[in-house]
Design a protein around this ligand. Sequence first.
Ligand code: SF4
Length: 758
Amino acid sequence: MMKMNRREFLKLATATTAGAAMICTADGSYIFPDAVAKADPAAPEVVYYNHCQGCNSGPKCGMKLIVKDGQLIRIERRSEGGHNNPNICAKGAAQVQDIHNPNRLLHPMKRTNPKGEPAQWEQISWEEAIETIAAKFTEIKEKYGADKVMFTTGDPKEPRPVLQRLCFLFGSPNYGTESSTCSTGTRVASYLNYGKNSFATGAGPTPGKTKLFINWGTNPAWSSSYYFETIQKAKASGCKVIVVDPRVTPTVSCVADLHLQIRPATDAALALCFGNALIQADKYDHDFVENYSHGFEEYKARCAEYTVEKTAEICQISVETLQKAIDMILGVEGPMTIQFRAAYPHHVNGVGMARAIQTLIPLSGNLDVDGGQRVSNAKSISLENTKYTGNKLATKGQYDDPTFALRADREYFPVWAECIDEIQLNMLPEYVRDGKIRAAFMLGQNAMMWPDTAAFQKAFDEMDFAVACDYYINPWTHDHCDIILPSAMSPERNYPITTNGMKIYGRQAIPAQGEAHSDCRIVADLACALGFSEEFCGGGEGVEDKIIENILFAGNKDIVAAGVKLADVYAAAPNPVVVPTEQPAENPEKKYRTQDNFFPTPTGKFEFASEVLKKFGFDPVVDHIEPAYSPVSTPDVAKDFPLILNTGSRVPMYVHSRHRQQPWLRALMPDPIVRLYPTDAAERGIVEGDDVILATPFGEIKVKAEVTNIVKPGVIDIFHGWQQANVNGIMNRVIGETLDPLSGFPAFKEGLCQVRKA
Ligand code: SF4
């Protein structure tokens, strides 16, 4: 990766972006001289107090957009309203290049040639686009059934409830999101263990309270700077930090007291070993185990199989290092907590790994504990009054609910279908092949995000009708669509989001480019054309505010109870309106677990042995499962593909396939790279910057080599989302081999591969 200091970055940025300059001030603000020059100097400056949508970081960074004469002239960190994030990062600043990018999709377009070849587009009016889509969807509904039309969202996440509402009102249960490959596998784990979503990814440390924090398989130094700062504050207040990661990330370098550099896909073994240590040392929460859990004896027996010696061998770490970690866990005087995020679903045993890690929190007595894992009091905004509303797992499950009988994913992924109220999309090509899905309406859809990308492109080709809404024309997806619609970017639209436990609101700061509309309005206009005008406030200009006020706010009991109106939110700026939730701020008495139905699992208790898994014929107790392809399980395959493939981890300048169009960011990482350990590179005669071929049993791509000790020997690391080198395109989709049979998630972090000089 090219490395530059800030001065060099700015110099390069101004030199490489025709007509797009930027000045970064000492306080971390970004000034855009071109916009300043265009604005009437006499016009007043207007400040919009928003949140950056430059990445999927949670919590969102607060951001001020300063607008003059309709021009975005400056971006500043927002400190008002309790925001405490670091300065806006390069991605946040570079969004100005996104807005004015000459390649943006600015008008509704209809293709004029058959699908399956590079698309030729003809500009059409919004009226024609919406009428055509509504007519086609109605025709398919009448001929084949409403369930044959699928509605999906990618990035951003804010239009999800609006689209779900349309999907369900239309009569289709086939609503899906990009969460089919993001982190929702951890939600499945949380439902199986706890019966609810609240504990999906563990919890970060609380500065001043947490005494031991395990950062398990995440690199917030690159993926979530706001959250990373919290870890740094906790460490400064005396919290010890263990990082579990096959890579020596900046998070390891900055905060780790101990680094467990385990072999990918061995996390369940490590977690079971920790469980065994807690049980053997009698350092577990007896009250929790005896009164609030189910299946402890089976779990205890499974843990006993994972001795320190055996686990060290599986994980490929030393016994001494593993014992050090155990000593830290057993010896901690005070609360411990664990955070893990999107890495764990990306294994064939992903749900199992997440369950094994989650289990350590209540087992060690850190559930309902300040500084441990608290009950989340953040609530998502959801739309009420849809035909199928909300997640229905509770104690009855939703697999058998007739409402969901026509879900396309039901037979493929019964556990996912039981737990999650959106369809699992990784088998979409099969749903299309089987005639379960014939048309799609997609916000921010990206064919490259799926493993075996070509199968998804073919599926879009084979659909009767496919519609995509996006910021740009992305040929890898849109060459396979019939109509594409221009979406407004975040500074160009009004939108509700939830972050940091607050209900907040993003305001449109500048006019949308071309004819772009917010996703919310596009969905509302289509809904009106399909006959749901009343349910979508009549659609049209300004519908976003009407939906927020009349549906989102009116349908949320916390907001109703607080009496909050949109006008209050406007008036409160720069401070956000904080909506109190039911949960008290402090809970030292561990009282949540005593509430009725606190664990809405089939047994009403935390399930060490899952009754849902038993029902569907899976092992109810977590275990380490060796990947279907690994040097251990398939030494014959490993002869030709000896390296372990790790993809999907973050880099600082991109988010998935986003931001490649922004020259300031592209300058920081111009080409797709594969990271190799120095000895692995030397064995292959590869040096830094070489063109190399990355091959898996399912295909190959050409990338550049970065030789670095950031990766573990024998493991490579590659960032995804490159059109010219799509690593997801050289993966396959076989349930139980390369897809987790419980969640349907692809094994992005455990395949086998080889690297050779091009
Ligand atoms: S980390 Fe950067 S891109 Fe992400 S929200 Fe914060 S400023 Fe925006």
